[in-house]
Structure formats: C-alpha cells, structure tokens
Design a protein around this ligand. Sequence first.
Ligand SMILES: NC(=O)c1ccc[n+]([C@@H]2O[C@H](COP(=O)([O-])OP(=O)(O)OC[C@H]3O[C@@H](n4cnc5c(N)ncnc54)[C@H](OP(=O)(O)O)[C@@H]3O)[C@@H](O)[C@H]2O)c1
Length: 340
Amino acid sequence: MIKIALIGFGNVGKSFARVLINRATELTKLGLEPCVIGVLASRGGLINDNCIGGGTLMDLVNKGLYNAPGFKAVNLRDLIKLKPDIAVVSIPPSYRTGEPNLTIYRLLISEGVSVITADKTGLALAYWELINESRARGVFLGFTATVMAGTPVIQLIKGLRGRVVESIEGVLNATSNYVLTLVENGLTMSEAVKKAIEEKIAEPDPAIDLGGLDAAAKATILANVLGLNVSLRDVNVQSLMSLKDDYIKECARRGVRVKQVASISLTSRVLSVKPMEVPTGSVLGSITGNYNALVIRLNDGKEITVIGPTGPAEATAEVMFSDLLEYADLLLTMGKRIKG
Ligand SMILES: NC(=O)c1ccc[n+]([C@@H]2O[C@H](COP(=O)([O-])OP(=O)(O)OC[C@H]3O[C@@H](n4cnc5c(N)ncnc54)[C@H](OP(=O)(O)O)[C@@H]3O)[C@@H](O)[C@H]2O)c1
C-alpha cells in the first residue's frame, strides 16, 4: 500500500485526484494499492487513516473540499501524524521566498515523507538543500512536472548527465508566447497583458510570466539537474514588458519573432532570461500557444531539440502520476528500503 497525502486541492490537486482514481489499478497490479489518507487546502481538509475511498475523493473534486462531510480545520502536522508515504504538493508559492512550499517540503522530508511537486520555486531557490536532505532521509523527491509540465524534459535532462552539455536555450513560459502573439497581431502590450490576466492565462503578478521569473525558475532547475549549483537569484532576468509594441510588430515583418528566451551556459555557468529575436522558422521561433521548446547543445556539436505542450493542469497531473509510478518502481526495486 502507498499512503498518499494531497496537499493543495486547486486545479492541479483536483486533476491529480481524478488521475489517481482513474488509474489506481496501475499501482494495485504492482501490489502497491494507493490509499489517500488526507486532502488539505489552506483552511483545513479531510484526513482518514483508513483511506478516503474513490467515491468520496471524486465528491471532493466535484463538490469541493470545504463543504464536505468530515471537513476539519486540520493542518499539515495533523496529516503527518498519520504517516503518509508520499505527499503530492500543488500550492502556488511566492517566487521571491518559495513559501509556503519550502517550509512544507522541509517539514515533509524531515519527517521521512516523500514528495511530488509541480511547483518550481522551492527547487529553484533551494535545489541542493532539498535533494541532499531527501537523499539523507531516504525519501523520493519527484519534480518532473516543474519544467514544461506536460512534456517530461526533466527526465530527458537527467538522461543527459553522462553527456557533456554545453548550453541550453529554451522558450519555457507559454504565457509570454501568447502575449507576444497578441502584440504581433495588433494589441498593445498593456492590452495583451490585461487580456491574458483576464483569461487566467497569465498570473495576476506580471513579473512572474512576462517579467521572466517563471522561466528563470525552470532554467535554474534544469541547470541544477545537470550539476551546476545555482539559485533563481543568480539568473540575469530582463522583462518583456518594457519592449515597444512597434518593435515587436516590426520584427514580425522582418521574418523574426521576439521570444522570451532562457539561456543556460554550462561552460560559463551563466543563466539568463531575456527577450531575443529568433528566426520565425527556427525551433524557438516556431512555437506558439501552450507549447514550449528546448534546444540542447552537446560538446560534439550535435543538438537535441524538444517541442512539447506545457500544462494545462490535467497534463501536469498526469506527469505527477508518472512520478508516483517512478516512486512505486523504486519501492519495488529497493525492496522498500526507500521509506514507504
Ligand atoms: N495550473 C497548471 O496548469 C500548472 C501547471 C504546472 C505547474 N503548476 C503549479 O502547480 C501549483 C498549483 O497550481 P494550481 O493551478 O493547482 O493552484 P490553485 O488552483 O490556485 O490551487 C492551490 C491550492 O493550494 C491550496 N493552498 C494554498 N496555500 C496552502 C497551504 N498553506 N496549505 C495547504 N494548501 C494550500 C489552496 O487552498 P484554497 O482553496 O483554500 O485557496 C488551493 O487548494 C503551482 O505551483 C503552479 O505553479 C500549475
């Protein structure tokens, strides 16, 4: 059995619950039946040492947590007392401090609870602390959904640790694609930003998507996976917001596009996120909408390119379920020597 805690029950948390209900048999047939022992949001939740059944969990998804029978003002410490094996964390954090998520990860890991998360800030601010602590405590830390969400590039990058990667360039924030396309098509930057926020495509704080913090956090994680020791605060970030509308439109007429490009030089250990002109037909210039792209340059001059979807929440949740399957593999491979 795997005792699972769901911490955060918004778009991603509910989507994950749906995936878990629909795909529980994939774990059951491995002899690791999933048992959700708690669902927590900011004001409390539901905890049950005897497993919250699939029907009840689906009711929480459909009718909400706060009106559910059995809802209590419980907190994370109450949930940890039930000794979950793994917590699936989906809480939006502060990009400046990583909170409340960093405190939540630290507490879970110190209590021997494995973690799966889609939040990039905790790892972008304290990657090696979290990795080293989880190794020391023998717990699993799954973060495949943090970069490009619906396209598991973290696994690709992990698979490249034996190669010599010289640099990576990527378009890692889909919202900036959307806003830039709106400006190319005639809106002003402020109209485009307003529209993206109203449509809930952009975070209400423009510094996150258009200012470059989201892409910087993702680039930081990729760099750390490849062995650098860098923090979100080390990334040289330039916002898109100061670009003139006419400049963006004029680029489109010249056959180039302005994109928010995240660059990682593994050789000089420099990370940046800034607006750049890229040819319209290039990998980075060709993507629009909900897509991200990466160009990975190896020391033998070869390139690996990836274009793939980022969210939405459903795809993110499926990738978090992949992390849960990886955790299950580890339990089976290690004869449960990893905590579980
Ligand atoms: N949405 C996507 O497509 C997507 C894609 C990739 C990654 N992500 C990442 O996934 C995370 C969650 O995103 P989301 O869209 O699911 O957010 P969301 O819809 O705003 O839901 C957030 C949930 O977290 C709960 N919460 C907030 N503070 C909490 C605390 N201290 N303790 C326990 N629960 C708390 C909220 O409770 P209340 O309901 O009480 O407010 C809510 O249930 C973010 O880090 C985001 O960057 C999202």
